[in-house]
Design a binder for this molecule. Structure first.
Ligand code: ATP
Ligand code: MG
Length: 230
C-alpha cells in the first residue's frame, strides 16, 4: 500500500563509491525519524548530494543498507518509493512541455484546482499568471525562459502536489533575486511541514528550519546539533 509509508529512514553501515575503489561514504550511519528535518552542510565534495542521491535511490549502497520504516528499500519497488518521495534538486529540471504538464508530473490525474492550489502554496501562481500563456506556457528543454529561481518554484509545486512523506531539497547555489529568494524561503517552510526532510542548505535562513544539522566532511558526520548549538 503506497499510502502507508511513515517516512522513517535509516542509513545502516552504508558505503558507497561512484567508481570502484573511490569511496565517497564509508560505514555511514544516520537515523531520521518520521517528520524530522535534517540539514546537511559541509564543504564542496564532502558527500552531501551523495547522501540524498542514495536516499532517493538514484543510486543504491555499495555496502550496507537503507531502511525505510525498517525495511531495506531494495525490497520495495522504485515506484513505491517515488510515490512517497519528492525532491527539488540543485539544478532543477523541467521537461519540454507546458508548465501545467511539468507540475502534473508530480501526480498524474490531479485536477486543475489542485495544480493551482499547489502553485499558490509555493507562491508560483503569480509569476505563472503573468506569463502570456499562463499554465499553458511552453517551457523549453530545461525550462527555457524561466530563471533558476522560477524553475525551482515550479519544482516545489510539482513536489507538493505529490504530497510526499519524504522531501529532499538540494538548495540551488546559483544566485536568485531577492524577491524570488523570499518566495522560495516561504515555499520551503510550507513543504517541510509534516514530512521527513533532507535539506542541503546554503542559506542560514534554510538551516534554521532544521531540527538537526549535520556537518559533513569527507563522507562522515563530524558535528551535529541545532543552529543554536553550532
Ligand atoms: P557540493 O557542495 O559541491 O554540491 P557535495 O557535498 O554535494 O558537494 P557530492 O556531490 O556528494 O558532494 O560529491 C562527493 C564526492 O563524490 C566528490 O568527490 C565528487 O567528485 C564525487 N562525485 C559526485 N558525483 C559523482 C558522479 N556522478 N560520479 C563520480 N564521482 C562523483
Ligand atoms: Mg552537492
Amino acid at each position: 500500500n503506497w499510502a502507508n509509508m511513515k517516512g522513517n529512514i535509516t542509513f545502516n553501515n552504508v558505503s558507497f563509491a561512484y567508481n570502484e575503489g573511490e569511496k565517497v561514504l564509508e560505514k555511514f550511519d544516520l537515523n531520521v525519524k518520521s517528520g524530522e528535518t535534517i540539514a546537511l552542510v559541509g564543504e564542496t565534495g564532502s558527500g552531501k548530494s551523495t547522501i540524498v542521491n542514495l536516499a532517493c535511490r538514484f543510486y543504491e549502497p555499495t555496502k550496507g543498507e537503507i531502511l525505510i520504516d525498517g525495511v531495506d528499500y531494495r525490497k520495495r519497488s522504485l515506484l513505491w518509493l517515488h510515490s512517497n518521495l519528492g525532491y527539488v534538486l540543485q539544478t532543477p529540471h523541467l521537461f519540454s512541455g507546458t508548465i501545467k504538464e511539468n507540475i502534473l508530473y508530480g501526480r498524474l490525474g490531479a485536477t486543475d484546482e489542485e495544480v493551482i492550489r499547489a502553485c499558490k502554496l509555493v507562491n508560483a501562481h503569480n509569476f505563472i499568471m503573468k506569463m502570456k500563456g499562463g499554465y499553458h506556457s511552453q517551457v523549453g528543454e530545461g525550462g527555457g525562459r524561466l530563471s533558476t529561481g522560477e524553475k525551482q518554484l515550479i519544482s516545489f509545486a510539482r513536489a507538493i502536489l505529490a504530497d510526499p512523506k519524504i522531501f529532499v531539497l538540494d538548495e540551488a547555489t546559483s544566485s536568485v533575486d531577492t524577491e524570488t529568494e523570499m518566495l522560495i524561503q516561504k515555499a520551503i517552510e510550507k513543504v517541510l511541514m509534516g514530512r521527513t526532510s533532507f535539506i542541503i542548505a546554503h542559506r542560514l535562513s534554510t538551516i534554521r528550519l532544521a531540527d538537526r544539522i549535520l556537518v559533513i566532511s569527507k563522507g562522515k558526520v563530524v558535528e551535529e546539533g541545532n543552529h543554536y548549538q553550532l
